[in-house]
Design a protein around this ligand. Structure first.
Ligand code: AHR
Length: 324
């Protein structure tokens, strides 16, 4: 509960200093007691997604939402179809975490054409094809470029060896967090000549695929001593692959990641992982607050930004009980 309130408070505080976009042309949303709300989840294959969906369900009653929640099971095409179905059911407002940046653009545009205000949550779409304040109301989420940069900076400060041989496990190809977490990390790490990224491959943000990709990359690059995973699930999969190969994560391989899941915090406490930069899934309260501001006639800033903490051996024990 403390963590959810923190996400809401930091986002609101940050929003106060963010530039305001014109809401001209966006569908209006009247003030009333109850709203038919669509939440079109992309998949439920990891603790982060499950926590995000639960956060919407947990917020529904207090925010007056009659919630229609779907699960696209990892298919962008199904996520588009789920939004179509919600439009046909007459939702008042749509909350959408687009699985990938481009394939969900038609869904965003169809919702607008149907007069339904849309808020993108946690992931965004290609800004050249759909824009906040025009095609959708706003993007609610973290700065993924900054997350990648912070992982790189922590690695530069804490890696003890002479030469860092890095394997990168990327998230879902074409998704905003995979694109941005790669950019943030690569741009920063390249500035220190001690480090070299020898391989960068997608594990689709999934634990088992992360393990499989790491197994393959270990054969091609047995000298790897740093693994950067775009999320904790792939980091845990990589730790499994490293241990199976007789390596010692935390001793001969530094594992660094993003999210802040319970398993990652435990891996940090166990000495197998170095750092995870937070990416909070608890969007329900922020979605409610932002929707209410919109119904009150406020122009919503294009990016309602969430600020993220960082978890290391220094603070993981005090946060593990609030993790998911
Ligand atoms: O969009 C956020 C990312 O998506 C999280 O890091 C990951 O765990 C999830 O699947």
């Amino acid at each position: 509960m403390m963590k959810r309130t923190l996400l809401l408070a930091t986002a609101i505080a940050f929003g106060a200093v963010t530039s305001i976009a014109s809401a001209a042309g966006l569908p209006p949303l009247e003030q009333k007691d109850r709203y038919k709300v669509g939440f079109a989840q992309m998949e439920s294959n990891n603790p982060w997604r499950i926590a995000e969906t639960k956060s919407f369900h947990d917020t529904a009653e207090s925010c007056g939402w009659d919630l229609i929640a779907t699960d696209a099971a990892g298919s962008a095409a199904k996520q588009v179809a789920d939004v179509d179905s919600m439009i046909a059911q007459g939702i008042d407002v749509l909350f959408l975490p687009p699985r990938e940046e481009k394939p969900l653009i038609p869904a965003v545009k169809k919702a607008k054409a149907a007069g339904i205000p849309t808020f993108l949550v946690d992931r965004s779409v290609d800004p050249n094809a759909a824009k906040p304040g025009e095609d959708f109301v706003a993007f609610l989420g973290s700065d993924f470029i900054d997350q990648g940069k912070r992982v790189a900076e922590w690695t530069i400060e804490n890696f003890k060896g002479d030469k860092g041989i890095i394997v990168q496990l990327e998230g879902t190809t074409g998704s905003s967090p995979a694109n941005d977490r790669k950019k943030g990390f690569d741009d920063r790490i390249v500035q220190d000549e001690r480090f070299e990224i020898v391989a960068s491959q997608s594990g689709d943000f999934a634990r088992d695929l992360g393990r499989q990709v790491m197994e393959t990359l270990l054969q091609a690059h047995p000298d790897v001593n740093i693994v950067y995973a775009h999320n904790d699930e792939m980091a845990i999969g990589a730790i499994q692959a490293l241990e199976l190969a007789g390596r010692k994560p935390g001793e001969d391989v530094l594992v660094v990641s993003i999210d802040g899941t319970r398993d990652a915090l435990q891996a940090i406490i166990d000495g197998k992982m170095g750092v995870t930069v937070e990416s909070s899934p608890f969007f329900g309260p922020l979605a409610c607050e932002t929707m209410k501001r919109y119904t009150a006639g406020e122009t919503i800033e294009p990016w309602v930004q969430v600020k993220d903490r960082i978890f290391t051996a220094a603070n993981a024990p005090e946060h593990i009980d609030e993790a998911y």
